[in-house]
Design a protein around this ligand. Structure first.
Ligand code: HEC
Length: 151
């Protein structure tokens, strides 16, 4: 664990020292990495909401902070699927760009569920939070089933 954190810090330092030179902005491989990082963050915050909602950990404001982060990050993920990023180290399916209306609808549907989750988190009622988690999980899964390559 500690090893991986040190490795990440070293990798980050290397990027900071060497990066920023004449490379193209929004190169497909960087956009792909960016959206995967966004999605990973959404998943991590959701995992924390589950820990809090099940009472396995108890930290003041944790629910509200993590639930709101899911809303903010998922909202941002819409721009992270531009044309030209279907190829490469990605599990995004070409269908995203073939049927963008359906993809946008899946994102909107998921956003509605995570907004409900954030509202429930603010209420502080764990039973309500737990109830809203089911539609959230379904909406993530539904989009992944349609638009993400299985592995
Ligand atoms: C509108 C569609 C859509 C919705 C909604 C969605 N995802 Fe994703 N997600 C994707 C796609 C597409 C990928 C693959 C991205 C890639 O590989 O470029 C992905 C990838 C991921 C990954 C893997 C990231 C990686 O490469 O390490 C995680 C974790 C994830 N999503 C979690 C979630 C969670 C949790 C939710 C619900 C709160 C969610 N996603 C909602 C489309 C969606």
């Amino acid at each position: 664990m500690r090893h991986s954190i040190r490795f990440t810090a070293a990798a980050l330092l290397a990027v900071l020292v060497m990066g920023g030179t004449a490379s193209a902005v929004n190169a497909p491989e960087h956009v792909i990495k960016y959206r995967q990082n966004l999605m990973k963050s959404v998943g991590a915050h959701l995992a924390n909401v589950v820990l809090l909602a099940q009472g396995r950990v108890d930290f003041a404001d944790g629910l509200v902070t993590n639930a709101q982060a899911i809303v903010d990050l998922l909202q941002d993920s819409g721009v992270a699927f531009p044309e030209g990023t279907a190829e490469g180290d990605t599990r995004a399916r070409a269908k995203i760009w073939e049927d963008p209306a359906k993809f946008d609808a899946a994102l909107e549907e998921s956003l509605a569920t995570v907004r409900d989750l954030a509202a429930a988190a603010k209420s502080g009622d764990l039973a309500v939070v737990n109830a809203t988690l089911i539609p959230v999980a379904r909406s993530c899964r539904s989009c992944h089933l349609s638009f993400r390559v299985r592995n």
